[in-house]
Ligand binder design. Sequence first.
Ligand SMILES: Cc1cc2nc3c(=O)[nH]c(=O)nc-3n(C[C@H](O)[C@H](O)[C@H](O)COP(=O)(O)OP(=O)(O)OC[C@H]3O[C@@H](n4cnc5c(N)ncnc54)[C@H](O)[C@@H]3O)c2cc1C
Length: 394
Amino acid sequence: MKPSILVCGTGLVGLAAAVGLARAGLSVTLLGPRRDLPVFGPDTYCPRVYAISAASRSLLQELGVWGALDARRIVPVQAMDIAGDASGRVALDAWQGARDELAWILESTALERVLQHAVPMVGVTWVNESFESLRAGQVRTSAGHVFTPDLLVGADGAASPVRTAAGISHSARPYGYSGVVTHLNCSLPHQGTAFQWFTGDAVLALLPMPDTAQGPQVSMVWSMPQSRAQELMALPPEARAAWLEPGLRAVTEGCLGELSVRSGVHAFPLSLERSGMALPGVALVGDAAHRVHPLAGQGLNLGLGDVQALIDCVAGRQSWRSPGDERVMARYRRARAEPVMRMALATDALHRLFMIDAPPVVMARNLGMACVNRLPFVKRLLIQGAAGSGLLRP
Ligand SMILES: Cc1cc2nc3c(=O)[nH]c(=O)nc-3n(C[C@H](O)[C@H](O)[C@H](O)COP(=O)(O)OP(=O)(O)OC[C@H]3O[C@@H](n4cnc5c(N)ncnc54)[C@H](O)[C@@H]3O)c2cc1C
């Protein structure tokens, strides 16, 4: 009999884990609610978009879902323009790293839909119930069904009931910040460039999106103090645009022309979270395992990196070992320790660095950016980093 794996959580990371592990020849059951996904017309877009790194794209290609995405709704990012809070600026172009693209912007629901379709195609059984408890290796669902998997994969998001039930260590530090997201019309073309501005106590990112009948558009992620985001979200929807647009104009200084809100505005609280990743019989992936500041746009990429590592460790184990064997789990933990730590430290350090408003620090960080901008080999390293594990947004 094939070893059995139970993947708990049906977000993007859980779906990718279920499909990937099944393609690696394991018997996989997926446990979690099946979301009915909204269908967007030609000129409307999912509010949540992701900057997908080259490493994540390769995984999605291996899972057989990348080619099923509508290419007209994916935007390749050819350049990044990062501005400090004084004169500092770093401009990265894909050609400087001998690449055609730095990343790809795609809609969350589009990816979720193709992954949902792939689940039955690779023989995964989807149990549309919730994880309830874990006792002595037995998982009980909300409907009272019982599973005894060789490996339980917790892909159940930041609050992860699997992590709590398994007793895997976890630490969380709220930033006191929120990521405010919406889509914007712009009167000038974005030319496949992702923009980012560090403005003291906030970080504004504008990601290129497909052109619409009204002209070019970008997707906004504005990380701002929670109190400011709450003030914005307390306004009636029509007043939010009047709140956002003057601020956008001031920060972007017209580099994308006039910016106007074209969709709903949503806010997500930000936190830095880390966990022990795995214990014998249980592995965590995605936000269940870690959460990082979105200024590098890498949370999902980190989660897909977990999926790739878990597939490698489970598929590469000695045949007599169970997928949840202590050694296999230790290997998985080691494989993810460095990439997760690097991303958590890099995003946290950048966030803290730009929070300091002492003039010498402001001068030093902007000078540092200006230096990086003049050093082609450093730029090449940054581009390689962003493509592989991902360091910068996108
Ligand atoms: C503002 C913002 C912008 C971001 N931008 C980017 C970006 O550009 N690029 C990027 O890579 N990342 C980005 N991220 C991070 C990214 O959104 C997350 O890392 C990613 O969505 C995590 O996916 P997940 O599947 O691990 O978790 P989730 O999407 O939270 O999925 C968890 C799943 O578990 C299910 N579940 C929960 N409890 C149970 C239970 N008891 N039983 C069964 N199922 C359960 C839920 O229903 C859900 O389906 C951003 C984050 C924020 C806040």
